[in-house]
Design a protein around this ligand. Structure first.
Ligand code: NAD
Ligand code: TYD
Length: 349
């Protein structure tokens, strides 16, 4: 089987590519990635020589490039992860999110539909999405597959739109599709603009750790390898046309999470207990900041037997270890023109 994985040089994509390349030596895996600021081939240096792995540099917004790639490689299936993925960037530049997340996804759907027209039933378009399409929860309740879409940031609006197009191609053209909506991921290779890797980097370097608002927002965190395992299961066993929610059953208030991280890092770096908590700095809140995300994954658990494999404390500890053991990775992605959103927006702090 020839599988096109888009966005495979990014955070989640690189773990999915590695899992498929190593677990399925009979599959040919093609990683199509534009290598934006978030794409990094260093994430895959351990598997780049494998015979069943090919990297294709390209942009999903470029329909002619997709046409050429589909004609040349004759992909049997697509796992679509390429996206602009950071909420703060979507607030500064919504159009970039429309380009890649909406137009890029529709380009992929069109190209797949055209090239698979002879026998659609032999193919699969698996779209990777987020729980943020469901909007924001209050103190209680969980997002299920039946929750109505209510995206509230430009990022989640662009992902919701792409999900709608994927479902529209299923209903209108009979394109075989699956969709999964996952909660916040964390783990190795996470770009340090997102909360956990940004905080690890700043704690390590004894810089302020920016917490938006009062740190009361809640996210449901899932270890990235558990997301990759869920994608494997849904790709092979999920029902066509269905949606699966993926979550960690692991809700944390941002401030509690950062305090746990500070304590873990004090221990690992032999710092006095409480030292790193002093770096916590409350900053202006994100515009339209969603209060709480929490996922009900019982459909995936009950129907396909998936469950998270690590506790948050274990996953976070492994993640910190990875960042401490790979300082050159952090150095590479944070050098050059990279500036965190916090530094760009709040230089007057
Ligand atoms: P990421 O930003 O780390 O990686 C995105 C990858 O897509 C990068 O390698 C980038 O170079 C590539 N890319 C961007 N624009 C492209 C384009 N026009 N053409 C080709 N490649 C392009 O993102 P991530 O966190 O790994 O997220 C991957 C997917 O999973 C996204 O679709 C995201 O919406 C979804 N998701 C992410 C999370 C999360 O917590 N990170 C949770 C649920 C769902
Ligand atoms: P983030 O990692 O950007 O993921 P998302 O916005 O997709 O959930 O942010 C996670 C939470 O952490 C979110 O509530 C915003 C908050 N946050 C901070 O408090 N400080 C930061 O520097 C960042 C990047 C995020």
């Amino acid at each position: 089987m020839k599988i096109l994985i888009t966005g495979g040089a990014g955070f989640i994509g690189s773990h999915v590519v590695r899992l498929f390349v190593t677990k399925y030596p009979n599959y040919q895996i093609y990683n199509l990635d534009k290598l934006t600021y978030a794409g990094n081939l260093q994430n895959l240096s351990d598997i780049e020589e494998r015979e069943n792995y090919t990297f294709l540099k390209g942009d999903i917004v470029d329909a002619a490039f997709l046409e050429e790639a589909f004609a040349k490689y004759k992909f049997d299936a697509v796992i679509h992860l390429a996206a602009e993925s950071h909420v703060d960037r979507s607030i500064s530049d919504p159009l970039a999110f429309v380009q890649t997340n909406v137009i890029g996804t529709v380009n992929l759907l069109n190209t797949a539909r055209k090239h698979w027209a002879d026998d659609l039933s032999k193919h699969l378009f698996y779209h990777i999405s987020t729980d943020e399409v469901y909007g924001s929860l209050g103190e209680d309740g969980l997002f299920t597959e039946e929750t109505a879409y209510d995206p509230r940031s430009p990022y989640s609006a662009s992902k919701a739109s792409s999900d709608h197009f994927v479902r529209a191609y299923f209903h209108t053209y009979g394109l075989p599709v699956k969709i999964s909506n996952c909660s916040n991921n964390y783990g190795p290779n996470h770009f340090p603009e997102k909360l956990i890797p940004l905080a690890i980097n700043n704690i390590k370097n004894e810089r302020p750790v920016p917490v938006y608002g009062k740190g009361e927002n809640v996210r449901d965190w899932l270890y990235v390898l558990d997301h990759a395992r869920a994608i494997d299961v849904i790709f092979h066993e999920g029902k066509l046309g269905d949606t699966y929610n993926i979550g960690g059953v692991n809700e944390w208030k941002n401030l509690d999470l950062i305090e746990l991280l500070c304590d873990q890092m004090d221990e690992k770096l032999n710092r006095e207990k409480g030292h790193s908590r002093k770096l916590i700095t409350f900053v202006k809140d994100r515009a339209g900041h969603d209060l709480r995300y929490a996922i009900d994954s019982s459909k995936l658990m009950d129907e396909l037997g998936w469950k998270p494999s690590v506790t948050f404390e274990e996953g976070l500890s492994k993640t910190v270890d990875w960042y401490l053991q790979n300082p050159e990775w952090l150095e590479n992605v944070t050098s050059g023109n990279y500036q965190s959103y916090y530094e760009q927006q709040y230089t007057d702090r």
